[in-house]
Write a protein that binds this ligand. Structure first.
Ligand code: ASP
Length: 345
């Protein structure tokens, strides 16, 4: 008997399944039946596609760590029953969800492919059909030994599969909505689907996947800009319960050399806050020793986020804080290490 692959299709919401509200004209989440009705092509796959729907489906702007925990539970509970998982998700926060799941699903040996669309699936020019159909293809692909071709969390969109925790939404307009600026594409889907296996994570196939469910969101992201005010920065750094800060700096990780800024950062570090340096540039890495103004940050205890995306840094901090609640030094050390291929070391 030939093997029939099985995929679990998890619908969280997002444009792909939305309909236009006849009264307001705005797009709002609709139900899953509507979505599947619009993609009869799925029946042509020799794959059993089971479905699970968030109730209610949400616009991804409403995504939260609670939903990531639900997703992690859903995948972990059904892990042995399926060859792969597809998460249908709004594009706005897709990169955050992909990053969070990459940390929450340790030693992943099966594909978790997140996709969505820029135009609803019921519209004639939708990009949702191609995204969904190719996501199914990728989620069921195996090598000669029967191992999944993509044992990681990826975002499939506009003809490319990207590592989830390397990805950023780059366009609210183009079908090619995502890019992983600091890591090459994992899969290119043109006439042929090309898997770049040398770029994929290498799990331990003998070991089980370990799911994690806890996240601690006592973290904030702020961007530096010329003219940033001392009182506001001090306010953030001295916020009670705040454990970590993703500070978006200039270029290769540079900041103004104002003594008050360095003093505030030093105080934050001394109080146990983890301050991570992530560049405002999409491409390239933080190198704090390149310029004097970056070097001073290092002296103030700021740690480098290297070439991580901001989405990866903030979700990694949530993940690490839940594991090492009173151990900022360990968090600082792990922020500089690659846990799931999120930084180039
Ligand atoms: N606002 C929508 C969402 O993120 C946009 C989309 O799906 O493309 O849910």
């Amino acid at each position: 008997m030939t093997y029939r692959s099985k995929v679990l299709l998890i619908y969280t919401g997002g444009t792909i399944g939305m309909n236009r509200n006849p009264h307001t004209g705005a797009l709002e989440p609709f139900d899953f039946e509507h979505l599947l009705y619009n993609v009869p092509e799925l029946k042509q796959f020799d794959t059993q596609i089971d479905t699970y729907q968030f109730d209610p489906p949400i616009d991804s702007s409403d995504m939260s760590p609670r939903h990531w925990t639900d997703l992690s539970h859903c995948i972990a509970d059904h892990y042995n029953d399926y060859d792969g998982f597809i998460v249908l998700h709004g594009t706005d926060t897709m990169a955050y969800t992909a990053s969070a799941l990459s940390y929450m699903l340790e030693n992943l040996t099966k594909p978790v492919i997140i996709t969505g669309s820029q135009l609803p699936i019921g519209q004639l020019r939708t990009d949702g059909k191609e995204n969904l159909i190719t996501a199914v293809e990728i989620a069921t692909a195996r090598d000669e030994e029967g191992h999944a071709m993509v044992p990681e969390v990826g975002i499939y969109f506009g003809g490319h599969l990207l590592r989830g925790n390397r990805t950023t939404k780059q366009s609210a307009e183009e079908f090619n909505a995502f890019e992983s600026f600091n890591y090459p594409h994992l899969v290119n889907a043109g006439v042929n689907i090309t898997y770049h296996r040398e770029r994929m994570l290498k799990p331990d196939w003998e070991k089980p996947m370990t799911p994690h469910f806890r996240l601690d969101n006592n973290v904030i992201i702020f961007s530096l800009f010329p003219g940033i005010r001392e009182d506001l920065i001090r306010h953030i750094i001295h916020t009670p319960n705040l454990k970590a800060i993703v500070m978006r700096t200039f270029g290769s990780g540079n900041a103004p050399q104002s003594p008050w800024l360095l003093k505030a950062l030093r105080e934050g570090t001394r109080n146990g806050k983890v301050i991570v340096n992530i560049s405002q540039c999409m491409q390239g890495a933080v190198e704090m020793s390149r310029y004097d103004c970056g070097f001073h940050l290092q002296e103030a205890g700021v740690v480098s986020g290297y070439d991580q995306t901001v989405e990866s840094a903030v979700t990694k901090l949530m993940f690490l804080q839940s594991h090492y609640p009173d151990d900022p030094d360990t968090i600082r050390r792990l922020m500089g290490q690659s846990l799931r291929g999120e930084i180039t070391v």
